[in-house]
Design a protein around this ligand. Sequence first.
Ligand SMILES: Cc1ncccc1N[C@@H](C)c1ccc2c(c1)OCCCO2
Length: 118
Amino acid sequence: PVFVKRAKTARDNNRDLGLCRVLLAELERHQDAWPFLTPVSQKSVPGYRKVIKKPMDFSTIREKLVNSQYQNLETFIIDVNLVYDNCEKFNEDNSEIGRAGHNMRKFFEKRWTELLKQ
Ligand SMILES: Cc1ncccc1N[C@@H](C)c1ccc2c(c1)OCCCO2
């Protein structure tokens, strides 16, 4: 039978937040995470802020998670994907940071689909 959409419960949101914590911890300790651990500083990368309108990095995502700024898994995934989209915009695919971005995106896609299938 077609499953009637049920209202999202607080339990659903708590489950989502647990998934965000697990996923972010795995991203932070991935060996290719190094370009994404802290905000890109204008000093170390001149022109970055001119090109990238919505900077995002794993420490900022951590901060938002700790301050309950993610209502659900979706808003969390949007920020994680922003890290990778910014990376693709600014870096050549065939560069250290560009490759790290592609590797991290692939890893993230794999992990959250595995965790959601459970
Ligand atoms: C994600 C990203 N995209 C574009 C540029 C940089 C970054 N990441 C920052 C953290 C970074 C990574 C490597 C760096 C760097 C800064 O300092 C300048 C000297 C070379 O080493």
